[in-house]
Design a protein around this ligand. Sequence first.
Ligand SMILES: [Zn+2]
Length: 140
Amino acid sequence: MLRDFTSAELEAYLDEALPIERMTAVEEALRQDAALQERLAAINGRRDAGVHSVGEIWRRHRLSCPSREQLGSFLLGVLPADVADYVNFHLQSIQCRYCAANLEDLRAQQTADAGIVSQRRRRYFQSSVGSLRREGDSPV
Ligand SMILES: [Zn+2]
C-alpha cells in the first residue's frame, strides 16, 4: 500500500529527496492522516534535538550519493551492514539514477575483471603443470 511510509522515507521527504510521485503521495497522506503528521513532527523534533539517523546524516552532509568505491564494495557484498542498508535505500527508495547507472557500469567492469582473473589463473595453472612435467622428465 502506497500510504505506508518508512521513517527513512519521511526523512527524505523533509529533505525533498524523494521521487516526485512519492513526494506527492506523502503530501496527500499528510492531509488526512493525523498519525502520519505526528510521526513527521516527531522526526522533525528529533532533528532539532540533534539526533540523526545514518541516512539523514549522509544527506545533510551532501553525501547522499555513495562513492564509486562504496558502490563497488556494495556489489562485492563487503560493505558494513549499515552502509549497505543505506546504499540499498538510496537505490531502491530514492531511486537515484546517477548511482544506478554507476552501479551498472561497475557490475559490467567486475564481470570483465572476473574474466581476466580466471584467464590468469588458468595460465598460471598451466605453467606450473608445465614446470612440474619438466622436472619429472629430467633424470635423477
Ligand atoms: Zn546517488
